[in-house]
Ligand binder design. Structure first.
Ligand code: ATP
Ligand code: MG
Length: 409
């Protein structure tokens, strides 16, 4: 058997990027031989194995044929007579379809190296269209390598466009899509992921609620960039620049969905967009089965981001309601993430990226003030049950009044 490094490891070495996980392809071997060498099978009928020591993935060279919709509809053919070239041609992009032996000799039948130099994300063959997930993968690689000047080759973009129009994207499982979305959002330029999806028409299929924001104006006084879609991309860009976690980036992407529902005659104002957007945020959350923390934060940020911006003007009672809604006493981290999302929203405005956001510290101080109310003295006074709850709230409200007075003094 011959063993080659393939995919990302080869690509990233040639790009001079750190290689994190290595994928291997094995030519000329059978499943039985792999098992005899101690490799552990990954799935029952999938010719992929884990190395007994390194745990890295070793796949038998295989060809694929599509029969039916979605990813389930693939027939794999793995046998010792499948050549390296035959295995490489089923891969998505030319830059991912190179292999390297242990002497670093490159096998590059589809000109991945040429495309690396030309900074092009180009599909290997028309079989690209057989797995719609590749649309998301290409958009993700575009986000990852935007910094190096990579773009999607026009003919690949055209293929992605056809795939988006064909309805095939709808056959993707939430799990496969979410994995790509989550990885793409964590890249340094996640906004490029959304831009590429939009360019090929996939955004309209996957997240029509986000797609609908493009072309929707906002008041120039608050939003010099005007367009709500452009604003959303900038917010995402800021979230990446400020190294925010996935939940914050997800919330940033979805925070303004309600603006897509405003009747045109009300433009550029978006009255109550926070509330109107909630059902859309819920729909997107559920479509991709986003993890619970992402879902929760997106809904809370959607509902309360304008509260965040107006923090310094909020009445103590409204501040208290905000803190209660976040259960800031037991979930301090989630409130921090909310504050971050609000700050990214404020910074994601043209020309205002560097403006300070005093609301952040003000909200932190309010949370500290409310949290500092001690329960023990109230228990000692004999409060119980619902009355105790009311008494705590009363004390917290007092604390917030004092906090607001001190802050404005
Ligand atoms: P990363 O750095 O994100 O791991 P990668 O290129 O190694 O990038 P993997 O998802 O680890 O990506 O996949 C390894 C290789 O398998 C890819 O380089 C590509 O050749 C191939 N591959 C993975 N998924 C697909 C797919 N859906 N369609 C076609 N080829 C794929
Ligand atoms: Mg990999």
């Amino acid at each position: 058997m011959q063993i080659y490094k393939v995919g990302g490891a080869v690509r990233d070495r040639l790009l001079g990027k750190p290689v994190t996980d290595i994928d291997w392809v094995v030519v000329g071997a059978t499943t039985e031989e792999m098992l005899a060498k101690g490799f552990r099978p990954v799935g029952a009928d999938f010719p992929v194995f884990l190395h007994p020591k390194s745990g890295e993935e070793y796949a038998l060279a295989r060809t694929e044929r599509k029969n039916g919709r979605g990813y389930g509809g693939f027939i794999f053919h793995a046998s010792p007579d499948v050549t390296l070239e035959e295995d490489l041609i089923r891969r998505d992009l030319t830059i991912n379809a190179m292999a390297e032996d242990d002497q670093q000799n490159l096998t590059d039948p589809y000109h991945g190296q040429r495309d690396l130099e030309a900074r092009l994300l180009r599909h290997v063959s028309p079989a690209f269209a057989e797995d719609p997930l590749r649309v998301l993968r290409v958009a993700r690689f575009a986000a990852r390598y935007a910094e190096l000047g990579f773009t999607v080759a026009p003919e690949t973009l055209e293929l992605m466009r056809q795939l988006s129009e064909s309805g095939e994207l709808e056959a993707l499982t939430p799990e496969r899509s979410w994995k790509e979305i989550a990885r793409a959002l964590m890249e340094d330029q996640p906004q490029v992921f959304i831009e590429v999806l939009r360019e090929c028409g996939a955004l309209k299929v996957l997240m029509p609620e986000v797609d609908a924001l493009f072309g929707v104006p906002q008041p120039a006084a608050h939003h010099p960039e005007i367009d709500t879609g452009v604003h959303t991309l900038s917010v995402l860009e800021q979230a990446a620049l400020h190294k925010q976690p996935l939940s914050v980036r997800w919330a940033c992407l979805l925070h303004d969905l309600g603006k897509g529902l405003t009747p045109e005659e009300e433009w550029p104002r978006h009255i109550a967009h926070e509330h109107k957007g909630l059902k859309l945020i819920k729909a997107v959350n559920e479509r991709f089965k986003a993890p619970k923390d992402c879902q929760e934060l997106a809904l809370l940020v959607g509902k309360y981001h304008t509260h965040g911006h107006r923090a310094l003007e909020l009445k103590p009672s409204t501040l208290l309601e905000l803190l209660q809604s976040f259960d800031v006493y037991r979930r301090p981290q989630r409130f921090e993430e909310f504050i971050s999302a609000c700050e990214m929203d404020a910074r994601g405005r043209k020309g205002l990226e560097q403006r300070s956001y005093p609301q952040a510290d003000y909200l932190r101080g309010a949370a500290t003030a409310a949290r500092s109310v001690a329960v023990q003295p109230l228990l000692e006074k004999g409060f119980k049950g619902p009355e105790l709850g009311e008494a705590i709230k009363g004390e917290r409200l007092k604390a917030l009044k004092a906090y607001k007075e001190a802050a404005s003094a």
